[in-house]
Design a protein around this ligand. Structure first.
Ligand code: F6P
Length: 505
């Protein structure tokens, strides 16, 4: 007799709570059960969940929850291109960008990629003159992915300098173009909808900057990356420089599509293909591995255990690698915009907490800033460490050894704690962490890592019954901002009216 999800949640909540130390002491096979090395795209990734409170009993119960919530069926529908985003009546087909999904979607994505690769080659061959700089203008999902991937993988690239501008604050644009020569700059306008006010305002100012910098035909140096090619054409961009992608690729899942154009430029077409191939390897793992050895799903079990039964309202991700320093920013959008929801797919109220707040930073810096709270504060915060076994910088290996030993020491300290007669100097311990260790920060590993996070976010959503692919919550503020210019201050609440007046708007 199958159990209802509520009954399973109750069993999970009632499951006896052992400390991490006791869990290790009581199960010699714990590491085998919770620490997995998986070969992905020709490289190894180690996922260690042994320092979380998951045990065989909990994994079994979460397995039952997966069955009750039809996780396998939902995953298969998602990966085969069914219309899983029900509130917007469309599929969510970012895996097709990597080669998995409905055949026609995969073909279409391949065709768009070929078109993009040809434009990259044309830029390389000097068709647009001597291009040295790429100004990528986009916001949210149209910026965070390219920014992260370029920062992680293109530090030593001598191909192009890329600046990513998101904020409508002119300071951002001003900083981005400070060292750029207008004559040698290609401007990529990245917007799925081609309606986002910040992006279009920055694009308009960039055109002005090109013109003032002596470029006679600024439109000749524009490229559009969009799922709305007609709008880009109306905006004045030549059809040959519009790189489309499918409407079914969500903004925060779009780095694999033509939104990744600056990545392909900075990394080269081969590197961008390797990045997508790494993601495809993770798609295949997610599609086939049993739940208890399926890394995105196991991670979701741990996420849900802490938010649903231990009252954790946040989770923290620390990259112990400068090259991944933008990962926490990327994860914030991915996880919070996807799963920060208060209703389920059918519109009924979600009666339990949804996604926790994702935050984090880079180690070792964060150890000297925020780790005090992790070790001794009153909040229980599941921590995730992301590191790579190999480094590439030119300095002594001692740097990387120190980086990794610090990373592992933090996980050990959070778990072990330390008692002292002096309460100020005692650490409670039993604080959970997970560690993801890549072999190296390379295109395939990063692709696999980002796909892992996408699928973990999906698994979390399915196990809660929510739709991770819409984001209606961002609309109201946009609407009010748009209408502000046309309304009297009296139309607003007294606080907002006073602010408008104080700023002289
Ligand atoms: O405001 C939220 C959002 O719609 C994100 O989901 C999206 O990534 C971002 O804005 C940018 O949208 P667009 O790519 O259409 O400019």
């Amino acid at each position: 007799m199958p159990h209802s999800a509520d009954a399973i949640w109750q069993s999970i909540a009632d499951h006896p709570r052992a400390t991490l130390a006791d869990l290790f002491a009581g199960d010699a096979g714990r590491l085998d059960m919770l620490s997995h090395r998986i070969a992905i795209g020709g490289t190894d990734m180690l996922f260690d969940f042994a320092k979380t409170h998951l045990d065989a009993g909990l994994i079994g119960m979460f397995g039952q929850l997966a069955e009750a919530m039809h996780l396998a069926g939902m995953r298969d529908q998602f990966l085969s291109g069914a219309k899983i985003n029900t509130s917007e009546d469309r599929a969510s087909e970012h895996p097709a960008e990597r080669g998995m999904g409905a055949a026609d979607s995969v073909d279409q994505a391949a065709m768009f990629h070929a078109r993009m690769a040809a434009l990259v080659e044309a830029v390389d061959e000097g068709v647009f003159g001597e291009i040295r700089h790429i100004l990528h203008i986009g916001i949210g999902g149209s910026a965070l992915g390219p920014k992260l991937v370029i920062d992680a993988l293109c530090r030593d690239s001598d191909r192009y300098d890329v600046a990513v501008v998101a904020n409508v604050d002119g300071e951002a644009l001003s900083e981005a173009v400070a060292n750029f020569d207008p004559a040698k700059t290609l401007v990529a306008i990245a917007s799925k909808t081609f309606t986002t006010t910040e992006t279009l305002m920055n694009a308009t100012s960039a055109i002005e900057w090109l013109r003032e910098g002596g470029v006679e035909d600024p439109y000749g140096q524009l490229v559009a990356l969009t799922a709305a090619p007609d709008k880009a054409a109306e905006w004045g961009i030549d059809e040959t420089r519009i790189l489309p992608f499918s409407e079914t690729v969500g903004g925060r899942y779009s780095v694999w599509s033509s939104i990744g154009f600056p990545v392909a430029l900075a990394l080269g077409n081969e590197g961008f293909a390797a990045f997508r191939a790494g993601a495809l390897a993770m798609d295949q793992h997610f599609a086939t591995a049993p739940w208890e050895r399926n890394m995105p799903v196991l991670a979701a079990f741990a996420d849900l255990y802490y938010t649903q039964t231990r009252g954790c309202q946040t989770r923290a991700a620390f990259a112990y690698d400068e090259r991944l320093r933008l990962l926490p920013d990327y994860l914030q959008q991915l996880e919070m915009e996807s799963n920060g929801k208060r209703v389920k797919r059918d519109g009924s109220a979600l009666t339990r907490p949804s996604a926790p707040i994702t935050w984090g930073g880079v180690g070792t810096d964060a150890q000297h800033a925020v780790f005090q709270l992790l070790h001794q504060g009153t909040h229980l915060i599941p921590v995730e460490f992301i590191a790579a076994r190999l480094s590439v910088h030119e300095f002594d290996e001692a740097h990387h050894r120190a980086l990794l030993t610090n990373c592992f020491a933090q996980g050990a300290a959070l778990m072990q704690g330390k008692s002292s007669d002096d309460p100020q100097r005692s650490y409670p311990g039993d604080r959970p962490s997970a560690t993801i260790l890549l072999d190296s920060v390379d295109p395939a590993s990063l692709g696999a890592l980002l796909a892992f996070y996408e699928h973990r976010t999906f698994a979390n959503a399915m196990l809660l019954g929510i739709n991770p692919f819409d984001q209606f919550g961002v609309e109201l503020g946009k609407e009010i901002a748009k209408s502000m210019g046309n309304r009297q201050s009296g139309d607003f609440d007294p606080s907002t009216a006073a602010l408008i007046e104080a700023a002289g708007l």
